[in-house]
Design a protein around this ligand. Structure first.
Ligand SMILES: [Zn+2]
Length: 479
């Protein structure tokens, strides 16, 4: 048997979060760097997680009536320039194709930073009458936005994977209803699949999507006191419809512009998942997103080895629905325990000659580390209960990160103090962009995340200008 121990995580999450994060991502075999700075390799373990997110979102949106399609990666410059705010918002980050071989292209082509423009050129041709509506298309693809900040695997990369839904309706009411439904769908994916707590709300004018009438978002909170925006949905009003000429004849034969939404969830949520749940031993995966929910480690000694292995194989069959890994490799049990803990597998089942005699196994939970001796005939039942419990427990912990660090601040100096302490400040705000900018300046870059849908009955004075406030908002440093 190999005696070496696998090298685990060498720093604590609390003391050095960014080093911890990098080690967890690379050592747990999720991802790797690539020769292009800011572009990352999704290894099979991470891609399996993404596939689960895709499958869940896909199922939910199809049920709502959305269809999948695929539009080209390259966008002609004149199309990208059609909607003014949109192009201004994206132009610093757009990567261009300018040549083929040695010859220069007549018109340069943008690599999609998002697909509104390439899709709406087609929508303008396809939509003629109210009978063509709603048109609700989605694509799962990747986009490129040339970030200039330091790249962080999953959280800030130049290329990322996502879904982008682009829909067109005859009325504003229908479009706005979809926008809310989609945000609720994303909220449920975060909660039920990834065990992540988030706050739903409306983005400020300053922070909304370029070209949208408004943006609604989920905001998530990380243990080291930073916030990060999760999936979002934009109601575009008729902005793009007017820029692209997407018109239809209504039932009274009157020409109208369509009402539109766009919405997305990206691979960024995998980074949030890692950051929120991981601990000093490595990844902790909520059972519902874990590619494998159980690993069985048989303790094999020469004499009883075959019997133990036979029993372990029986268990694999019995627990098939949990996508079990049987680790019968030639390493010491301790080495294997470390490896699977590092990879965040929710449950570990140990079985040795002694357990065999007693007709029992040992089950260890990844989130609490708690060990339980379980009779063979109860394994299935106990496994179910433990997985369910672990999913709930991780959600509660994620909620606690937020509630335990959320602190009210009534004055600018109190706000500055809360941000310095790496907490999330709950403040009242007048709604003016000038105050929003002042808040950012005076807190070394902390910002208003969104205006939560849940508001208190009474709002006090603005933390900045002292005039009557309009909203209660959360201010935090964010990714
Ligand atoms: Zn103010």
């Amino acid at each position: 048997m190999a005696k070496e121990t696998k090298e685990g995580i060498t720093v604590s999450k609390e003391k050095d979060f960014s080093e911890w994060y990098t080690q967890v991502v690379t050592k747990s075999d999720l991802a790797d760097y690539s020769p292009v700075s800011g572009c990352m390799i999704f290894k099979p373990y991470a891609y399996a997680i993404w596939e689960k997110i895709v499958a869940t979102v896909d199922k939910k949106i199809k049920k709502m009536g959305v269809q999948n399609a695929y539009f080209p990666l390259l966008i002609p410059e004149k199309l990208l320039n059609k909607e003014k705010e949109h192009v201004e918002g994206f132009s610093p980050e757009v990567a261009w194709v300018t040549h083929t071989g040695k010859s220069k292209l007549e018109e340069r082509l943008a690599i999609r930073p998002t697909s509104e423009t390439i899709m709406y050129e087609a929508y303008a041709r396809w939509i003629r009458s109210w009978r063509d509506l709603p048109l609700r298309l989605n694509q799962f693809n990747s986009v490129i936005r040339w970030e200039f900040k330091n790249p962080v695997l999953f959280l800030r990369t130049r290329e990322f994977l996502w879904n982008e839904g682009h829909t067109a309706f005859a009325t504003k009411k229908e479009a706005e209803k979809e926008c809310t439904d989609i945000l609720n769908t994303y909220y449920d994916v975060l909660k039920d699949l990834l065990a992540l707590h988030s706050v739903k709300g409306k983005k400020t004018e300053k922070e909304k999507f370029a070209g949208a009438e408004y943006t609604i978002s989920t905001e998530l909170f990380m243990p080291h006191g930073r916030a990060i925006q999760g999936p979002d949905a934009h109601h575009d009003g008729q902005n793009f419809a007017k820029a692209f000429g997407i018109e239809f004849l209504d039932e009274k034969e009157k020409k109208q512009h369509v009402w539109q939404n766009t919405w997305a969830i990206s691979t960024r949520v995998i980074g949030i998942l890692i950051a929120a749940h991981g601990d000093d031993k490595g990844l902790v995966l909520p059972p519902n997103i874990a590619p494998n929910q159980i690993v069985i480690v048989p303790i094999i000694f020469k004499k009883e080895g075959e019997k133990v292995l036979k029993k372990a194989k029986e268990l694999v069959k019995q627990l098939k629905e949990h996508n079990v890994i049987l680790d019968d490799r030639d390493y010491s049990p301790g080495w294997k325990y470390n490896e699977w803990e590092l990879k965040g597998v929710p449950l570990r089942i140990e079985i040795g000659p002694n357990d065999l005699k007693k007709k029992q196994v040992i089950i260890v939970r990844r989130d609490t580390g708690k060990k339980e001796i379980v009779k063979e005939n109860k394994v299935k039942e106990v496994v179910h209960k433990l997985l369910e419990d672990m999913q709930k427990n991780l959600y509660k912990q994620s909620e606690k990160i937020f509630t335990s660090k959320k602190t009210k601040a009534a004055t600018m100096s109190a706000l500055q103090k809360v941000i310095k302490q790496k907490k999330f400040a709950e403040v009242h705000w007048c709604g003016e962009t000038t105050c929003e900018e002042t808040i950012k300046d005076k807190t070394e870059g902390a910002k208003i995340l969104n205006i939560p849908f849940e508001q208190p009955k009474k709002v006090s004075n603005c933390v900045c200008c002292k005039k009557q406030g309009k909203h209660q908002v959360i201010v935090a440093k964010s990714y």
